[in-house]
Design a binder for this molecule. Structure first.
Ligand SMILES: Nc1ncnc2c1ncn2[C@@H]1O[C@H](COP(=O)(O)OP(=O)(O)OP(=O)(O)O)[C@@H](O)[C@H]1O
Length: 293
């Protein structure tokens, strides 16, 4: 039965989500409404395999860590189990190998991406008593190979925006896709969406660029509130000395064009695979700015 791979930056919340999913699946299988074959939900993780954070320091140790995950997956994947792999899984070649294991056993597979800006994961990591040493963290982030739903080994792909407080795991979609094997969920490349891929990217790039321009213009003109075209969201600007600062979640300094461009790039990078409703791009970008300043 299904193989579920988690992937994401170090300290992006993979284990937290994996445990949530395991609990949900266990409850679902135990519920009176479930009439399928008996299933066991198993978690294969760095901690279950005794893999320490420092294993990612040297390539020999890291290779051993990957083989240990691979052997556990091969051993535990069966028609009576749902195996959740909670590890970095950051190399696409490794995700491909795991996909091949699922395929060879004729079992469905999916990938869950705990997406987060680097700064978000870095901040969590620095506060963890058991976090990665900073050099290892930076190294892993720079080598991270983002999943891509158009690759068959990364598909179906479910993306969870970890920095968004209201984001939840799409439990039902995951269940329907990999246990009931219904049609793929709508955030995949197969989505019935009149907006084409290139058009979607174009709209996302255009609307985020317009927001950045509006913030810069407002700062220069001394306007205290920037209305985002979406209508619901406002980013407030507060006069301080010669500068205008963003009022919501601001670090207490002027916002520069370089910073806005960097945040825009991150937002696009996270969302280009997570097909958003085009009507909510502006609002989500504004929220993203507010929570990342
Ligand atoms: N969305 C979130 N927002 C803020 N904190 C979070 C979030 N998710 C998890 N955390 C916290 O971050 C810490 C690390 O979480 P977790 O162990 O789930 O990350 P991880 O990606 O599995 O880490 P690792 O790369 O070490 O396996 C925990 O203290 C957890 O409570």
């Amino acid at each position: 039965m299904p193989l579920i791979l988690f992937t994401g930056y170090p300290s992006s919340g993979k284990t937290t989500r994996a445990i949530e999913l395991k609990d949900w699946l266990t409850k679902k299988i135990d519920s009176p409404g479930y009439s399928g074959p008996p299933l066991q939900v198993l978690l294969v993780s760095d901690s279950s395999q005794g893999i320490s954070k420092t294993s990612y320091e040297a390539s020999v140790e890291e290779k051993k860590a990957r083989s240990s995950i691979m052997s556990a997956v091969e051993r535990q994947t069966s028609k009576n189990s749902i195996v959740i792999v909670d590890s970095l899984n950051y190399i696409k070649g490794f995700r491909y190998q795991l996909y091949c294991v699922a395929r060879s056993l004729g079992t469905p597979h999916c990938v869950i991406y705990t997406a987060a800006p680097i700064e978000f994961a870095r901040n969590i990591n620095s506060k963890r008593p058991d976090g990665y040493p900073s050099e290892i963290f930076e190294n892993l982030v720079s080598r991270y190979e983002e999943p891509n739903s158009s690759s068959r080994w990364d598909s179906p792909l479910f993306t969870i925006l970890q920095h968004s407080p209201d984001e939840t795991i799409p439990f039902d979609q995951i269940w329907e896709t990999i246990v009931e094997k219904k049609a793929p969920p709508p955030n995949l490349a197969t989505a019935i969406d009149p907006v084409t891929e290139s058009n979607f990217l174009y709209i996302m790039e255009k609307s985020t660029k317009e927001i950045i321009q509006k913030i810069m213009d407002s700062q220069n003109l001394g306007i205290s509130t920037v209305d985002i075209p979406d209508g619901n969201c406002k980013i407030c600007l507060l006069f301080f000395s010669r500068f205008f600062l963003l009022y919501v979640n601001l670090p207490g300094r002027p916002v520069t064009l370089i910073e806005l461009r960097r945040l825009r790039k991150q937002f696009i990078s996270i969302n280009r695979i997570h097909k958003l409703n085009i009507n909510s791009i502006s609002r989500l970008f504004a929220e993203y700015l507010n929570s990342n300043f």
